[in-house]
Design a protein around this ligand. Structure first.
Ligand code: FAD
Ligand code: MG
Length: 333
């Protein structure tokens, strides 16, 4: 049944492509496949500008690029503050905000833990408890000192490390959308490895449909779809962002170790959730929230979301059941 629906969705997408003169550009950036589709005004220059900006953000915020602002901050931990670009400063400031309101469930200083486990790399493994404890002791967003005038960032304890993997892709998606809108694009879809932004409405005025991955099945098999109906807001944009256990993980002795950590335990977060999808207006916030809510779990996560207007969520549990917030337009297959 699910396979048939996936097929129908794929065929409808193909038909849509024929009728709307769709053009897409797909490139690998930010550690993921980025697909930008401009349904109107699809000029090369706009695509070029978007991908240039994505690479600029990667060059500034990646922990894998030694010259990035974030790598320079990490190398200077416990030594000195580092001057950074304004966008990097702003993303770190916002990351601290989400760390505070989530009580550290989302914490951008999770870097030592991410490198220790190495999930997604050739060195992934279950580390010894003593090393996990050492890494956990280095995680504390309060030890990120920001100087707004100088635009400098200082990690006050040696060994600390920032990792913006749970927020920077969202920021990048917002930036890509802004470039498209400023260039006069009225309808577009931006998908940065699961951080989706929709701009405008479809030509046939039907709602946008975004599939939610079935965590247990092969990529592209969906558990249900979120329907997005454009409002009067202009320019209309909506973002759909998912954090889940199925993208980066390894298995050992029948146990799955995935990439979203509970900073309080140093282990991947296990609380019955397989994925959390956030639907809202700002992709950076949605990215941080999807990770925060995933770690907080259903009850606390839901409570946190109540303070965010126009923000909906879909929670998928390990028995493949799903719950949603009141106004999420989710169709479960
Ligand atoms: P999210 O839930 O949004 O984020 C999970 C990621 O955030 C984890 O992978 C980890 O990095 C971090 N994290 C884990 N737990 C927490 C927590 N509790 N609080 C805060 N953060 C947490 N991947 C590559 O393989 N190679 C690359 O070179 C590479 N470069 C990248 C450069 C940039 C600028 C960005 C933004 C990402 C890059 N990535 C790269 C991908 C990155 O490593 C993450 O895997 C990815 O961002 C995870 O996004 P997500 O939406 O799947 O999960
Ligand atoms: Mg995230």
């Amino acid at each position: 049944m699910k396979k048939i629906l996936v097929f129908i969705l794929t065929v409808s997408f193909a038909l849509l492509s024929c009728t709307q003169k769709e053009s897409s550009r797909i490139e690998f950036a930010l550690g993921t496949v980025c697909v930008v589709t401009l349904y109107d005004n699809a000029h090369d220059k706009i695509y070029n500008d978007i991908f240039l900006r994505l690479r600029e953000i990667e060059n500034r915020m990646s922990v894998n690029i030694p010259s990035s602002d974030v790598s320079r901050i990490n190398s200077a931990a416990g030594i000195k503050p580092v001057l950074v670009n304004e966008d990097v400063f702003m993303v770190i400031e916002r990351a601290k905000y989400f760390a505070e309101i989530s009580n550290g469930a989302f914490d951008p200083t999770v870097g030592p833990l991410v490198s220790l486990w190495g999930i997604g790399s050739d060195e992934q493994r279950v580390p010894p408890l003593s090393e996990i404890e050492k890494a956990v002791n280095l995680i504390n967003w309060r030890n990120v000192e920001l100087n707004a005038e100088a635009k400098s960032v200082y990690l006050t304890v040696q060994g600390m490390a920032l990792d913006l993997g749970a927020i920077a892709k969202g920021y990048a998606a917002d930036e890509a959308a802004l470039i498209a809108i400023n260039a006069g694009v009225k309808r577009a879809k931006i998908d940065l490895g699961g951080n989706v932004i929709l701009i405008g409405e479809k030509t046939d005025k039907t709602p946008w449909k975004v599939g939610i991955q079935n965590p247990g099945e092969e990529r592209g098999s969906v558990l249900g779809i979120v329907q997005i109906t454009p409002s009067l807001q202009s320019p209309f944009t909506k973002t759909i962002v998912t954090s889940g256990v199925y993208e980066r993980f390894f298995e050992e002795n029948g146990k799955r170790y995935h990439h979203i950590f509970d900073p309080s335990t140093g282990f991947p977060s296990y609380n019955g959730l397989l994925s959390v999808t956030i639907i809202t207006n700002n992709s950076m916030d949605a990215d941080a929230l999807s990770t925060a809510v995933f770690v907080l779990g259903y009850e606390k996560g839901n409570a946190l979301l109540e303070s965010f207007p126009e923000t909906e969520a879909v929670f998928v549990f390990d028995d493949r059941s799903a719950k949603t917030t009141a106004d999420a337009n989710f169709i479960f297959f």
